[in-house]
Every structure is written in C-alpha cells, then in structure tokens.
Design a protein around this ligand. Structure first.
Ligand code: NAD
Length: 485
C-alpha cells in the first residue's frame, strides 16, 4: 500500500479517491518548519452531495450486513493502522507539530484501538426487553440512524476522527466525515487503508475542506440525520443553531478549562509527574489538559517552586527529535492566539512564573511555531485568563483554603469537560468528584482511557456522550415494539 503524502490530497467518495469538484485546494503547512508540504481539497456542497448519494446507495446493504462481517472489516482497518504505525505517526507529526514519540505512543495506537473496540463492541451490543406481567412484552429495536456526519478537530487528528467513525459504521450507518482542514493528512491515509481493508464503497466518505464550507454543507444536508462534532464551543454553537431546527441528533464535544485540584495529602511524586503531563502534553492542546491548577494553600509555595523548576526543564524543539518534550503549536493562527492570551494575562495583572515567550529552535525549525510552557499566577477566577479556553502550553495557579473553596474555584467557569483530583483521602475524593461540574473526573491519575465508559462534558463543554455503549446508542434509533401476548 502506498502511504506517501501526495502534493494534492483527495477526497474519498464512493470507495475511490477523487479531487474536489471545484478544483480548489488549501495549503498544508508543517507547523514545525512553517513550510507547505501538500494541499488539501477545499470541497463544497457539490462534493457533499456526491458523498451523500454514495452513502445512500451503500446504506441499503451495509445496514443489514451481519455484524460478523462488519467486525471483520473494522478489525482489518485496525490491523492496517497498526501495520503502518511508523508512517502514520510521521504523517501526523508533520501535519500537527506534536513530537513523533507522542504520535507513535498515543495517537496512532489509540486510533487502531478505536476500530478494534467497536469492531468487537458491535458483536456484544444488545437491547432491552420489558415484560408487563406476562401480558405484554416491549422490546427495543435499535436500528442504524442512516447517513451521519462526523466532524473532528486538529489536536488529536486520527484518534478523534476514528473515535467517531468507528462506532458509526460498526452500528450500520454510512458516514460523511470531515477532518480538520488544519491536519487532514492522516484522514487521507485512512481512506487508503479503508480501500485496502475492503470497506464497501460509500460506507465511509471522507470529504476535506473548511468548517464554513464542507463542514456546514454536512450539517445542513437534509439526508444527514445525525451530527457528531468535536471542536470549539464557538463552532459547536453554530452547528447546534443549524442542526437543531432540523431535529437532527447531535453530539457536541466542545472546549474545556479543566481544574486540576491538588490537596495537601496527595501522593506528591505521582501528582507532580502527572501534573506536568496533564498541563503540557501535546503543547497543552488536549481538551482534557488541566489548565487551572488549584493548590491547597498549605503546600502552594512548595508546589510552585518544584512545578516551575520541572517545567523549565521541558525541552521545546524539533518534534522529530526524541529529546523534545514539547513540539510545535499547530498553526500560525493558533500560535498568535496563544501569544495574545499570554499578553492578556499580563494586562490582567498576572505574573509569569516561567515561559511566556516564543521559541526559535536552531536548524530546520527556525521558522516554526513554538512557545515555552508557561505558568501564570496572581489572577482571580473571574479573569479572562481563568475563564476562556487558551488551548496551549499555558496554565494558571490559584490557591484554596479548604474543600469548599476548591469546589467554588473549580466550578467558577462555564466549561465542564474534565477535572483531576489529587488526594489520598478516598472520602474526600468521592465527595469532590460528585460536586465538580465536569463530565470526566480523574482521581490520582489523568488521561486514563477505558473505551467502555461514557465520555463528554457539561455546561459549555457540550451535550451528549461518546464512548462505549453511549456511542452505539447515539448512532442507532431506539424503536419500542409493544407485543400483546
Ligand atoms: P474548530 O471548532 O475550529 O474546528 C473543529 C472542526 O469543525 C474542524 O473540522 C472544522 O473545520 C469544523 N468546523 C468549524 N466550524 C464549523 C461549522 N460552522 N460547521 C461545521 N464544521 C465546522 O476547533 P479546532 O480549533 O479544530 O479544535 C480545537 C477545539 O476543539 C478546542 O476548543 C478543544 O477544546 C476542542 N476539543 C474538544 C474535545 C472534546 O472531546 N470535548 C476534544 C478535542 C478538542
């Protein structure tokens, strides 16, 4: 299989690769070098229409294809992702700027496990039946929704793209999927893998393009019955406003501003090692990163000293270099946004404890978009810096006196995606977990993933749940059949 990155990427529609109908392309830029390395289709509603026709054709047979057959092809896709780990990881790093070791260790393996999990998941997916005193039996028939749209962001490109696509096709739907125009390459390579794996034509259609272009054409198309979206709260709001009046099923996984709550009785070493990762992994560009670090007053100064020292040791540099702990920020636009947020923090009266500057590595990355991991203190919970998502290597420190104050600070902002709690007191951990307004809570750990569990946020972090049965339920319609005996 040829997985080289071509000069022009193509859409994957009706089982074949094709350029966009309008002949327009967007430049793909390697953020570590600021160089253009390929071009992505700037597709529009004509391509979405072609994809929908292909999906309609395929749905008749795919929706009734035995689950064992669906299992085989999804599992084959997982195997091919594993077999091409090195190539996919290199493509992801070139596209996104994240360290190559991270693409290899996390992003690509998690993409193949998405396919493997839902390949087997659909074999075990069952429905309920309710018996009414032996007079009536109700049973729930779960059928594929039909044609569904999956739209994903740039931060974990193949991982989040497959997280949506795998359950959708496992459940018997046909999919129109759009990766981020900022990081399209691994999605393009996935097209080739699907062809090689023998996925029937039209079951998955990957259409590249911008949010307002191809993205909105997916959301507005009347034949597309459900939209699974991961991205910013701003885009989620727009998508909801377009899809809700059409009564489409909606799953919105949006932004976060996650609290990392550190109590004095924590396991210090484990907390410190993990907090470095949860703050700065992937340059802080994971929706689940803890960006507001709340530390019990009693240990605040000790925490600050060690955390700043350890952060200063994180090497920022060429993502291809195994010693780089931090790679490039995904794009020039995002780099400028993060730098502006750091300026705002200063204007708000924040103190930069470390970082705060752009980095210019020597050699091939001299023009890339790199930022030092940055720690800020001295800002109250209502400041812009503590309220708005930055989505970069920037965290703030705040201290709290007791459990009640920790919860008040944690719940102060309008996001509610994830939270991390550090304490050795199991009762306190459970009390706080129950009261923190977030959909995902980690106690004494971070980013541990069990694919069977529900995943999603509260408040401005979105609606709906992905993961495990929740995803298979989202991608099926429940029909109740009531039978009188
Ligand atoms: P984004 O909202 O700009 O784009 C996400 C995707 O939506 C892209 O494919 C984009 O082209 C498309 N899009 C944008 N506007 C659209 C529109 N009007 N209609 C249809 N599609 C549209 O987000 P981003 O900058 O790519 O990603 C970063 C954001 O994603 C952050 O806010 C981050 O927190 C969030 N995120 C959330 C989760 C989660 O699970 N909750 C996971 C990862 C990232």
């Amino acid at each position: 299989m040829d997985l080289a990155i071509p000069y022009h990427l193509e859409n994957y529609i009706d089982g074949a690769l094709a350029p966009p109908s309008n002949g327009k392309f967007i430049e793909n830029i390697n953020p570590a070098t600021a160089e253009v390395f390929s071009h992505t289709p700037d597709s529009d509603d004509t391509d979405i229409e072609l994809a929908v026709s292909a999906a309609k054709k395929a749905f008749a047979s795919w929706s009734v294809t035995p689950v064992e057959e669906r299992f085989k092809v999804l599992n084959k896709i997982a195997e091919l992702i594993d077999a091409n780990l090195e190539t996919l990881a290199l493509a992801e790093t070139t596209d996104n700027g994240k360290p190559l070791w991270l693409s290899k260790r996390v992003d690509i393996p998690r993409a193949s496990s998405n396919f493997r999990f839902f390949a087997t998941g659909i074999l075990h997916f069952s429905t309920e039946s309710h018996n009414m005193e032996d007079k009536v039996i109700n049973y729930t028939l779960r059928q594929p929704v039909g044609i569904v749209g999956c739209i994903s962001p740039w931060n974990l490109p193949l991982y989040l793209f497959t997280w949506k696509i795998a359950p959708a096709i496992a459940a018997g739907n046909c999919v129109i999927a759009k990766p981020s125009e900022v990081t399209p390459v691994t999605a393009y390579l996935l097209s080739k893998i699907c062809i090689e794996a023998g996925l029937p034509a039209g079951v998955l259609n990957i259409v590249h393009g911008t949010g307002p272009g191809a993205g909105e054409a997916i959301v507005k198309h009347p034949a597309i019955k459900a939209i699974s979206f991961t991205g910013s709260t701003r885009a989620g709001e727009r998508i909801a406003s377009l899809a809700a009046p059409k009564f489409k099923k909606l799953s919105l996984e949006l932004g976060g501003k996650n609290p990392n709550i550190i109590f004095a009785d924590c396991d210090w070493k484990k907390m410190m090692d993990t907090t470095l990762r949860s703050s700065f992994a992937n340059q802080g560009q994971i929706c689940l990163c803890g960006s507001r670090i709340l530390v019990e007053e009693f240990i605040y100064e000790k925490f600050k000293a060690e955390f700043v020292e350890r952060t200063q040791q994180l090497t920022v540099g060429d993502p291809m270099d195994p010693s780089s702990k931090q790679g490039a920020i995904v794009s020039k636009v995002h780099f400028e946004k993060v730098m502006k947020c750091i300026e705002t923090a200063k204007e708000e009266g924040g103190t930069i404890l470390c970082g705060g500057n752009a980095v210019r590595p020597e050699g091939r990355c001299a023009n890339g978009y790199f930022i030092e991991p940055t720690i800020i203190e001295g800002l109250g919970p209502a400041c812009n810096t503590n309220v708005e998502e930055i989505f970069g290597p920037v965290v703030t420190l705040q201290s709290f006196r007791n459990e009640e104050e920790a919860l008040q600070l944690a719940n102060e902002c309008n996001y509610g995606l994830a939270a991390t709690i550090w304490t050795q007191d199991i009762s306190k951990a459970n009390r706080v977990a129950a009261k923190v307004e977030a959909g995902i809570i980690w106690v004494n750990c971070w980013l541990v993933r069990d694919l069977r569990t529900p995943f999603g946020g509260m408040k401005n972090s979105g609606v709906g749940r992905e993961g495990g049965w929740e995803a298979l339920r989202f991608f099926t319609e429940a029909k109740n059949v009531c039978v009188e005996i």
